[in-house]
Design a protein around this ligand. Structure first.
Ligand SMILES: [Ca+2]
Length: 482
């Protein structure tokens, strides 16, 4: 993890009163799941109201880091004598946005909502804070580029930027810029209209004196929002032209850390879904917005093996070997590195910041996915039975903008299946066991019970077999153009 050399500026980060993944309700709840390890050994879990912490890295250099950007905060480590800190301050290490900051942390009160109601914790009582869910933060990437148009018509090219906080009629919303397709600022500089990649839209007003922090090729700049006309982020989407007017669209999934597997309390859980562990995906990657369709397959492989025909339906009856052959053909066609997602990448992308059995919450309905609706999960209700695949993208996407991660067709992953793999696996970019007898696929299908569509559920099959439940989606490695 790179050390962040701090520029001698005060980086003003918009103070957050609640973080909202793009498909979450904007008013109620708010905050994000957090785990506080207290100095007295107790652990408090709850939702944090997105306070920021101020950290002094060197004399005169102060950074403010929103809680939503933290992957970890360790206060008063044993190798840093606390006596060096002034009253009201603690030595500490912060990990945020892929960077590690070491310095003096200004003590602030945090209010978290736990099972027991609101609890205020002073930072001096906290040993460690970490988000339970992954965090979604813009991160610099070689192919990631923002274009910011200023009111004087000049333009800035940037590689990362702070989130926007907007006051909407439903409460305060914090939108990570990586989720934004376009933000337009009003002539007065006071209001803003935001369109996200998953089609969410926010219209609201900016806080007084709102600023946006950007990294440009000339260093860090902080701009008053009223000077900005438009923020555009086009490279989040990646279109692969397959010929004959057929396009495969992928979306950039940011790097991050998440909890892989299911808790023992999850209904329908299998032992191979544990032990749960924190897994880091260290690099952004592009993932198909939809399953590979029959039109995609035909354009690449010139065949259509599918049972349930339809150009915009997912290809099925493809084995793992077939899917890998398609990835190789697509690599050759596009000059990029195209492959199947690892099992960890798949679950990380499916969860998109959630920790519930489904990215839709504690259960799922046939308004949200295509599965065998003769059966229900949890307190879910019976719904429409299709008994076939549906056109991809028939349901709302998750917070990363991905459709049909639950249901429609099962999706092959790159890994060998290992029943006890989680107990011994790498926690950074795990790639599965070195060898095995079966390949993994994920997410359940049109004919599967909803419990098998859960984010943590694992299925497996011999790699040269196929049936009309099996499809896939592809990964393009970020910056992989050859
Ligand atoms: Ca699927």
């Amino acid at each position: 993890m790179a050390e962040w050399r701090v520029a001698p500026v005060v980086m003003i980060v918009l103070l957050l009163s609640g973080v909202v993944l793009a498909d979450a309700p904007v008013a109620s709840g708010g905050g994000r799941a957090m785990r506080f390890d207290m100095a007295d050994g107790t652990v408090i879990t709850g939702r944090c109201d997105g306070e920021a912490i101020a950290i002094r890295v060197a004399q005169g250099d102060v950074l403010t880091v929103p809680i939503v950007e933290l992957t970890g905060l360790t206060v008063g480590g044993s190798d840093v004598p606390e006596a060096k800190a002034k009253p009201g301050e603690r030595q500490g290490t912060v990990r945020a946005g892929g960077m590690t900051l070491v310095g003096t942390i200004t003590v602030k009160q945090f209010q978290i909502t736990s099972l027991y109601g609101h609890i205020s914790a002073n930072l001096s009582q906290v040993r460690r804070i970490r988000p339970v869910a992954l965090h979604v933060v813009a991160q610099a990437d070689p192919v990631d580029m923002w274009v910011v148009t200023l009111r004087d018509k000049s333009r800035l090219k940037c590689t990362a930027a702070s989130p926007l906080r907007v006051q909407t009629p439903y409460g305060a919303v914090v939108v990570p810029l990586v989720q934004i397709q376009q933000a337009r600022f009003s002539a007065t500089g006071k209001s803003v209209r935001i369109v996200c990649h998953n089609s969410d839209r926010f219209i609201g007003t900016l806080p007084p004196k709102a600023t946006i922090s950007l990294k440009t090729d000339k260093g860090q700049v902080v701009l008053a929002a009223e000077k900005i006309a438009i923020v555009n982020h086009s490279s989040v989407m990646l279109d692969l032209k397959l010929g004959k007017g057929i396009t495969m669209t992928l979306i950039r999934i940011p790097a991050g850390t998440f909890t892989m597997g299911s808790p023992v309390t999850e209904k329908g859980r299998k032992s191979n879904e544990g032990p749960q562990r924190e897994v880091t995906i260290s690099k952004p990657f592009y993932l198909g917005v939809t399953e590979v369709t029959q039109a995609h397959w035909k354009a690449i492989m010139d065949t259509d093996p599918s049972h349930c025909k339809g150009a915009n339906r997912p290809v099925e009856r493809v084995s793992w070997d077939d899917a890998v052959a398609c990835c190789k053909a697509l690599s050759k066609k596009t000059g990029r590195t195209v492959r199947l997602p690892t099992e960890a990448e798949w679950e990380y992308a499916c969860r998109a910041g959630t920790t519930t059995p489904f990215h839709t919450g504690q259960t799922i309905s046939t308004d949200q996915a295509n599965y065998n609706a003769r059966h229900t999960y949890g307190n879910g209700r019976k719904g429409v039975v299709h008994d076939k695949t549906l056109a991809v993208g028939s349901f709302k996407p998750n917070a990363f903008g991905l459709h049909d991660m639950h249901g429609n067709v099962l999706e092959w992953c790159a890994d060998w299946y290992g029943e006890k793999y989680y107990a011994q696996a790498d926690t950074c970019n795990p790639k599965g066991p070195a060898s095995g007898s079966y390949r993994i696929f994920r997410g359940g299908s049109w004919s599967n019970y909803p419990t098998t569509c859960r984010a943590a559920f694992r299925s497996w099959l011999t790699q040269n077999l196929c049936n009309d439940n099996n499809g896939f989606r592809v990964v393009v490695e970020s910056g992989s153009r050859r």
